[in-house]
Design a protein around this ligand. Structure first.
Ligand SMILES: [Zn+2]
Length: 427
């Protein structure tokens, strides 16, 4: 009697799940989820009778009974005409204790855009979710040295890089975000670009090219968070760092910045406005071109300190490693905030001068950001252009001081939604 009741209950929940999915999913994915949920139901049934192991015959009999109950319940459910919303609510309540993950995702809504505090951990989880859902077009990995050892930040975080499209394409486009800690909304933007492009890969087109054509021709190489430690400091304060040594070091840097007159903020506000990495090095002053001429700071600081030597920071080493591994990088774009402008002049000779101007103009036309000239020495874009000969720009998103407030996120998205496919169609 009890078993029958359990069967009925399971069948009923299952029927509601089926109803819900068939209403909003494609036929293929609906079938997939049915099978998967069915297996879970059978698994749950066998777990509820631990004293009596279920034989294979019994199991198939159980499955048949489940199907019968299911069909009856399905009919009843259809005639009762419960609204989709009520059904979903009911299913959530019924299945929450089992915590069975749904096999498919809605990439369009995956990235949490209801808060600005989109953390490294959240990004890491979303990258793995997307890579599992789109294995044919997305590979996610962490950056390693030539000997295979991981490149880690000072607080021992791996650096993530995503390869979208055809990994073996004859050319690559490189995009990175959140070099500066407090500019972390750019990570959210790039992650949303990634998720959106996954979701629309099969159906999208731009300038009469299908997304499939664009991403088959060019692999997009994405580092969504160049400065994980710094972002964690700006978002979470000292609690963003796991190392107590680093926490003490940040406190010392604050004291030095106060003593030198570089800040008048209280400690908490100072941390939210942090730009550097956890070593107090400005990652956009750590590259070789013009490094000697950077003299804003003579020691670790919340911003502007260039480090003790060009490229001595793990985050800079990681970016250079990723770029050096590419067979034919066509361009590099580094997202920063704020200013709604594009930096493109790095003192480069022709034909790089014109190539950079052309790239900056294309981005300006898409986003409405204005063309600015020169930014600073020793930045990542400077290195790409002057050391590697790769057209490269620094794009400043947002119109108010950083960290950008939540109401900046939607404009950022609107302006940059088609960035990848625009670049992919031009290059
Ligand atoms: Zn910046």
């Amino acid at each position: 009697m009890f078993r029958k009741f359990i069967l009925y209950l399971t069948g009923f929940c299952f029927a509601l799940l089926l109803l819900s999915f068939s209403g909003c999913q494609s036929e293929k994915s609906s079938t997939y989820s049915s099978v998967s949920m069915e297996e879970s139901s059978v698994e749950a049934l066998s777990q509820e009778t631990p004293a009596q192991p279920v034989s294979e015959t019994e199991l198939s009999s159980l499955e048949e009974t489940t199907h019968t109950v299911l069909e009856t319940t399905l009919d009843e459910a259809i005639t009762t005409q419960t609204s989709d919303e009520e059904q979903t609510k009911f299913i959530e309540q019924e299945t929450s204790s089992e915590a069975t993950p749904l096999p498919e995702i809605n990439a369009e809504t995956l990235i949490n855009c209801s808060t600005t505090l989109y953390t490294y951990d959240q990004m890491e989880a979303d990258l793995h979710t997307l890579a599992a859902a789109y294995p044919d077009i997305l590979q996610v990995t962490t950056v390693s040295n030539a000997d295979g050892t991981a490149i880690l930040t000072a607080d021992d975080r791996p650096m993530y890089v995503a390869y979208f499209g055809n990994r073996n394409a004859s050319q690559q486009i490189f995009i990175c975000a959140a070099t500066h800690a407090r500019e972390y909304m750019t990570t959210q933007l790039v992650m949303r670009q990634l998720a959106h492009t996954c979701a629309t890969y099969e159906t999208g087109s731009y300038n009469s090219l299908s997304y499939r054509e664009i991403f088959d021709r060019t692999c997009f190489v994405i580092v969504p968070m160049v400065n994980p430690d710094g972002v964690s400091i700006s978002q979470l304060g000292l609690a963003g760092l796991r190392s107590e040594t680093l926490q003490a070091q940040i406190q010392n840097i604050y004291n030095a910045d106060v003593a030198a007159g570089y800040t008048s903020y209280d400690f908490a506000t100072y941390l939210t406005r942090w730009k550097a990495n956890a070593n107090g090095v400005d990652l956009n002053r750590n590259y070789s071109p013009g490094w000697e001429s950077v003299t804003d700071r003579n020691g670790p600081s919340a911003d502007f300190f260039k480090g003790d030597a060009p490229g001595d920071q793990p985050e800079a080493q990681a970016l250079m490693t990723v770029i050096n591994q590419l067979s034919n990088p066509r361009l590099a774009l580094s997202y920063h905030s704020y200013g709604a402008l594009v930096y493109w002049q790095y003192g480069q000779p022709e034909p790089l001068w014109s190539a950079n101007e052309q790239l900056a103009s294309a981005i300006s036309n898409l986003t409405g950001y204005y063309l600015a000239g020169y930014s600073n020495e020793a930045g990542f874009s400077n290195w790409c252009v002057l050391e590697k000969g790769i057209p490269s720009v620094t794009v400043e998103t947002g119109t108010v001081p950083t960290p950008l407030p939540l109401d900046q996120l939607e404009p950022l998205w609107q302006q940059n939604q088609e960035m990848w496919v625009m670049l992919g169609s031009v290059y």
